[in-house]
Ligand binder design. Structure first.
Ligand SMILES: Nc1ncnc2c1ncn2[C@@H]1O[C@H](COP(=O)(O)OP(=O)(O)O)[C@@H](O)[C@H]1O
Ligand SMILES: [Mg+2]
Length: 301
């Protein structure tokens, strides 16, 4: 779906759109709301890091976006398609061809070489034989594993195995890469290298990447950092920007337009957006929690 920002006339091509997405596990007394009324747009080609403590809902959010879980309520649109309207077969096709997953553990098949692990994913998508082999070798070369294509997982380090997982996630040329704690089992230096590589490879191919992590080092690699707390997304001034709740553009600390609504601060890229917000704050305020802390040269609107 393309949304036109009326203040500038530019249009944005969203890879991922979430509207008021909530996921509650269990019922009644056992109910846990892991993701709570989340509104999120991710641009094509953007690298977003979702940070938050354990239990804040990162895995649930990633799995909702990746169509591995269905929301209790709300709407999720991936590459312009409403997940709710898709059949099981279409969802599995979407997961296979449009999304690449990277998990905490590489989950490589122990009896297969790194090349065969990547080829397997290609085979499942209908690319077989020599074509699959060549593509697997090319991908492994891109993640710096040219010398490891015939190695079994047990013959590789954790960082190398996770790089195979990146090559595997890229195999079917998905537009979107979702990574859930990809560095959790790596020492922090190796972890940083692996994510740097993921970022470089993704940028080269124009991929959209969402990484859930509580590894602080990874935040430098993001175009945007979002914080998840109790299933709600917040953006912090300390990261150098906020999001305009009306047009969803990033606004930097130099922005001087602010409005307060129900005790929370909202920041705007332009007076036009601010005016729209004032006309109907309720319709925009639900787009997330903004922990504006009055840092920087912010002036009340
Ligand atoms: N399958 C499940 N059934 C019930 N509760 C769950 C389930 N998965 C996660 N939760 C709960 O949802 C909350 C968010 O979990 P999760 O998404 O795994 O967070 P994170 O990845 O940030 O650690 C936690 O309170 C967790 O206990
Ligand atoms: Mg998790």
């Amino acid at each position: 779906m393309t949304i036109t920002d009326q203040s500038s006339g530019e249009s944005t091509d969203w890879a991922i759109e979430l509207y008021n997405v909530t996921k509650t596990y269990g019922t009644k007394y056992t109910a846990v709301t892991a993701v709570d009324d989340v509104f999120l747009h991710v641009e094509r080609g953007e690298i977003v890091v979702i940070m938050g403590p354990s239990g804040s809902g990162k895995t649930t959010l990633i799995q909702l976006i990746g169509a591995l879980l269905t929301p209790t309520s709300g709407d999720i649109i991936v590459n312009g398609r409403h997940l709710e309207g898709l059949s099981k077969a279409d969802l599995s096709k979407l997961r296979r061809s449009e999304i690449g997953f990277i998990f905490q553990t590489p989950n490589l098949l122990a009896g297969l070489t790194s090349s065969q692990n990547v080829e397997l994913v290609l085979n499942l998508a209908g690319i077989k034989g020599r074509a699959a082999k060549e593509r697997a070798l090319h991908l492994l070369e891109q993640v710096g594993l040219k010398e490891r294509t015939s190695h079994l997982p047990s013959q590789m380090s954790g960082g190398e195995q996770q790089r195979v997982a990146i090559a595997r996630a890229l195999a079917n040329d998905p537009q979107i890469i979702l990574a859930d704690e990809p560095t959790a089992n790596l020492d922090s230096k190796t972890g940083h290298h692996v994510v740097e590589l993921l970022k470089r490879t993704a940028k080269n191919h124009g991929k959209t990447v969402i990484i859930a992590t509580h590894d602080m080092r990874i935040r430098d690699l993001a175009d945007r950092v979002l914080w998840l707390e109790d299933g709600k997304i917040s953006v912090r001034w300390s990261d150098g920007y906020m999001i305009d709740p009306v047009c969803l553009m990033l606004v930097t600390k130099s922005t001087i337009l602010r409005a307060e609504h129900n005790g929370k601060n909202y920041y705007f890229c332009s007076r036009g957006c601010l005016e729209k917000f004032k006309e109907n704050p309720e319709s925009y305020a639900s787009r997330g929690t903004w922990n504006g802390d009055r840092e920087g040269s912010v002036v009340d609107a």
